[in-house]
Design a protein around this ligand. Structure first.
Ligand code: CO
Length: 365
């Protein structure tokens, strides 16, 4: 994922120090770029953030140090060198603050890094803080929602600019290149993921990779794409038809759309993701396509395009106000075609806000 340094003046030190109290940890070590950004508002590909009950520090290398010193507030900024690296600098602070229990990111710290750090700091007990961090990031602030809305607008502008260029004869790969061009031209700092461009029978593979198949009249074309704006991701899917759509294609499209509407209609704080998924699945099953909707209705997103939680059968916890998730049912008919329609919604007390402003009617290009 690509991010860009911006002066966001984010300082989540107080929230992370509260996490220490709630989880009874002495300190927290953040090693993933997303978690470091979440804490400090500063993106770096390499670095560590240490939060103790007394202070917070960002450790990074010379590539980032000047930008970090200019933009990070609330955290001390320290530079690592070839001589004095993370193990030594962070280790010194662990000793200074008498840290006995250290929360870490279980989901992203590699086994190798984990073993190295345990060896370097033998007196420290490592305890996963993942569940606490996930809970914190699960509920988006108004500022985060605004960023995600901005990322969504960029992706939608790119899609609108791409539409007039789509025509039979172009290959999926050519469409992919044009889509990426339009995402950056519309203001994306990066891509939330490699866009999916799937035409005809390839559309039946939910995560097909764009290849050299030329588009033909009578194809469905599925485009799944996301922009990153100021480190936050958007995620959108639209399926369009080329030239014409058969009655069956229209029926499948209509079913997916009604399933998406049914899921969105039941989404509000307190329902579970599974409830949302099941509302959509009921529509698809009733139309006879239940066997062809194999993935979850949606996933949470934010700094990462896939974050824990969402609207799958396994999401059995009540959704909080401020959870942001995709709404993306699909029907995939092997060897023939597929349809997916995806918006991004924010859970509210009484329902949800749809951050996606693109229309949903079947477009025939
Ligand atoms: Co998605």
């Amino acid at each position: 994922m690509t991010h860009i340094n911006r002066i966001n003046r984010i300082n989540r030190l107080p929230a992370l120090q509260k996490l220490l109290v709630d989880s009874a940890l002495d300190a927290l070590l953040l090693t993933s770029p997303e978690a470091r950004f979440y804490a400090t508002g500063f993106f770096s590909s390499a670095g560590m953030v240490l939060v103790t009950r007394q202070a917070g520090s960002l450790f990074t290398d010379t590539r980032y140090i000047e930008a970090a010193r200019n933009s990070v507030t609330g955290f001390d900024v320290e530079v690592i060198t070839f001589q004095v690296g993370y193990k030594e600098l962070v280790g010194a602070q662990l000793a200074e603050h008498g840290v006995k229990s250290l929360g870490f990111e279980r989901r992203t710290l590699t086994v190798g890094q984990y073993e190295d750090l345990r060896e370097a700091w033998p007196d420290v007990r490592f305890i996963s803080a993942q569940k606490w961090l996930d809970q914190l990031r699960y509920v988006k602030s108004q500022g985060e929602i605004d960023q995600m809305r901005a990322a969504q607008r960029i992706a939608e502008a790119a899609f609108a600019n791409l539409l007039p260029e789509i025509r039979p004869g172009l290959t999926e790969r050519q469409i992919l290149v044009a889509l990426i061009h339009h995402l950056y031209t519309a203001g994306a700092d990066g891509l939330a993921f490699d866009p999916i461009v799937a035409s005809g029978p390839n559309g039946a593979l939910p995560h097909s990779r764009a290849g050299d198949r030329p588009l033909r009249e009578g194809d469905f074309l599925t485009l799944d794409f996301g922009a990153v704006s100021q480190s936050y991701c958007s995620d959108t899917t639209r399926t369009v038809a080329l030239g014409y759509a058969t009655e069956e294609m229209r029926r499948v499209y209509d079913t997916v759309l009604r399933a998406q509407e049914a899921g969105i209609a039941v989404a509000h704080a307190g329902v579970t993701g599974a409830d949302i998924h099941n509302a959509a699945l009921a529509v698809i099953s009733e139309a006879g396509y239940g066997a062809y909707f194999g993935h979850g209705f949606g996933h949470c997103l934010g700094l990462e395009v896939h974050e824990p939680g969402g609207a799958s059968p396994s999401d059995r916890a009540p959704l909080p106000v401020g959870a942001v998730l995709s709404a993306e049912p699909g029907i995939y008919l092997p060897g023939r075609f597929g349809v997916r329609i995806e918006d991004v919604i924010v859970i509210t007390e009484t329902g949800c806000e749809n951050l996606t402003k693109l229309g949903h009617e079947l477009m025939i290009l």
